[in-house]
Design a protein around this ligand. Structure first.
Ligand code: 5AD
Ligand code: SF4
Length: 453
């Protein structure tokens, strides 16, 4: 029998820390599932761990620096328990491979995003005094058959990965190198997971992928039998009171058909995360985004025409290679023109091996990147508050997630647009219920409201 087929865990305790995106959060739940099957026991207490795994992110240099710092802190646990195994998994493991072992001797295991089925064997190799390394990328692995163990969940909303990898090759981005080629998961396994989640009481699911709207499932003949709009229809049909969301979309794949499907299903949430990255067509060309500012604005117009109440959010990068003040001004004007509800905003960080690192110059100074980013953040704060103020007086269907952080006399939940609403608790209402709430006030991050009697 192969070593991975024997229950190798023997009750040893596994602790895992997750950095980076929602995909990583989903992957951690897959790793825990695989390890539990092998007889390892999950713990959220690092002091009692026999195995510490860190699921890592490489998207920007500061994400990696944080993890190097964290590894230093693990040294005291290793001194206290000599048999402790430390593993680095995920994007940083894939990017740095053996170099991780050379640079940080406390690391015993290095596993890339496509090698999680191999984790029990890697742990066995480390337990035997060696090092466990597997950074092979796959063209097929989707972990479609694995039932993730839901950790840190509110019991109401869950994330389900529907595809892995990316082939867009944006000039700044490390993901195609760390997560490999794009591949879609069998729709049958996705729908089965959705039905199970619903039966377990969840009422909201977010379909996840680096580029979800390019999802396509092909039959044996290579014909596309389920594309993303079709998958959304199938997901929406699981139950009328199961909300469906998705992230993240690439603007180039946001089709009219998808907009039509979203508009025609009440339980598909009216929220689209559509990373623009820049408002300058010149920068978009250099970034290899495959659209222009005008084309992007055309997609926004199509969304607004079909769904006037749809929230639109974005990602923006300040200070990409050769970005001028005019380019930056175009990002600010795009933000105003769209009126984003919220945004993730970053300073450009040159990543080794990307197209930018090989062919461009990181020539905007750190100080100037910070200045531009601050301008972007300040503008977004204004836009977010303006968007929330427009909601005052309107009534929304809110899916309750539980008590508010501040008080158990108040409930909190989200609108279809993904905005958090806080309102007074009422008899018979709790997590997983829907309530109609009229908005009476807001801050920059939260809406406050009253139950409609
Ligand atoms: N530097 C800064 N931000 C980046 N992103 C991706 N790569 C980089 C980089 N090298 C941002 C993009 C992407 C989000 C997940 O992270 O905005 O949409
Ligand atoms: Fe970080 Fe990107 Fe990897 Fe997610 S896919 S963990 S954001 S590098």
């Amino acid at each position: 029998m192969e070593i991975s087929k024997i229950a190798t865990g023997g009750g040893r305790k596994l602790y895992i820390e997750t950095y980076g995106c929602q995909m990583n959060v989903g992957d951690t739940e897959i790793i825990v599932s695989i390890m539990q099957q092998e007889g390892f026991i999950y713990t959220d207490k690092i002091e009692e761990a026999d195995i510490i795994l860190v699921n890592t992110c490489s998207i920007r240099d500061n994400a990696e620096q944080r993890i190097w710092g964290r590894l230093k802190e693990f040294q005291r646990f290793k001194r206290a328990k000599r048999s402790l195994i430390v593993g680095i998994v995920g994007c940083m493991a894939e990017r740095l491979k053996e170099q991780l072992l050379e640079r940080e001797p406390i690391v015993d295991i290095v596993a890339g995003p496509d090698s999680y089925r191999d984790m029990p064997r890697l742990v066995a190799a480390a337990s035997a005094g060696g090092k466990g390394i597997n950074v092979a990328l796959s063209q097929e692995e989707t972990y479609g058959d694995i039932r993730p163990v839901r950790l840190d969940s509110n019991g109401v909303s869950a994330f389900v990965s529907i595809m892995r990898g990316c082939i867009n090759m944006c000039a700044y981005c490390v993901v195609p190198y760390t997560r490999g080629i794009e591949r879609s998961r069998d729709p049958e396994t996705i729908l089965r997971e959705l039905r199970e989640i619903y039966a377990a009481g969840y009422r909201e699911v977010t379909l996840l992928g680096q580029n979800v709207n390019s999802y396509r499932w092909k039959n044996a003949e290579g014909e596309v039998v389920v594309d993303f709009p079709r998958l959304m229809e199938m997901a929406a049909a699981v139950a009328p009171d199961l909300r469906v969301r998705f992230a993240t979309s690439h603007p180039k794949d946001l089709s009219d058909r998808l907009i039509e499907v979203m508009a025609s299903h009440h339980n598909i949430c009216k929220a689209i995360h559509l990373p623009a990255q820049s408002g300058s067509t010149r920068m978009l060309g250099l970034m290899n985004r495959k659209y222009t500012r005008e084309w992007y604005l055309g997609r926004i117009a199509a969304i607004r025409a079909a769904m006037p109440d749809c929230a639109i959010t974005t990602d923006l990068i300040a200070g990409f290679c050769s970005e001028t003040l005019e380019d930056h001004a175009e990002t600010l004007s795009l933000m105003r023109e769209v009126g984003y509800e919220s945004a993730f905003m970053f300073k450009f960080s040159l990543r080794p091996n990307t197209y930018a690192a090989r062919h461009m110059t990181d020539d905007v100074t750190e100080q100037e990147k910070t200045r531009r980013l601050t301008e972007i953040i300040n503008l977004q704060n204004e836009l977010s508050i303006a968007s929330n103020r427009r909601d005052v007086g309107k009534t929304f269907e809110v899916l309750i997630e539980g008590f508010s952080k501040r008080s158990d006399k108040q409930l909190c939940g989200r609108t279809s647009q993904n905005k958090m609403v806080v309102f007074d608790a009422a008899e018979g209402l709790g997590a997983g219920d829907y309530a109609m709430v009229t908005i009476t006030d807001c801050s920059s991050a939260t809406l406050f409201g009253e139950l409609v009697k």
